[in-house]
Write a protein that binds this ligand. Structure first.
Ligand code: SF4
Ligand code: SF4
Length: 97
């Protein structure tokens, strides 16, 4: 893509929205980067916890009933949870605009 198409190099991105220091990821609302979100079908869920284990952003919170609650604040929509779920209980759906 050419610069005259409005696309700039990552080296030209303004500072202020990057994870630059160890441990500062929690300060950033990384969920704003998401274009898709995971939706769980709790009827299929066997409470194995694989989504909780594999999510790189710790977006699943164990609940007292053994199910996992999703945290949209940090979820970047990578789809790893949906890929790793052994029961295909998680579906990635487009974010609404
Ligand atoms: S990986 Fe799938 S089946 Fe396992 S706890 Fe998560 S949603 Fe449920
Ligand atoms: S889509 Fe990625 S970041 Fe979001 S909950 Fe699943 S594994 Fe975590």
């Amino acid at each position: 893509m050419a610069r005259d198409q409005g696309i700039i190099s990552w080296k030209e991105l303004p500072l202020g929205c990057a994870i630059l220091e160890p441990g500062n990821a929690k300060d950033l609302r990384t969920g704003d980067w998401r274009s898709k979100r995971p939706v769980t079908d709790y009827e299929k869920c066997i409470k194995c916890g694989m989504c909780y284990i594999y999510c790189p952003d710790m977006c699943y919170i164990p609940k007292d009933d053994g199910l996992f609650e999703w945290n949209e604040y940090y979820c970047k929509g990578c789809g790893i949870c949906a890929h790793e779920c052994p029961k295909d209980a998680i579906t990635m759906v487009e974010e609404e605009k």
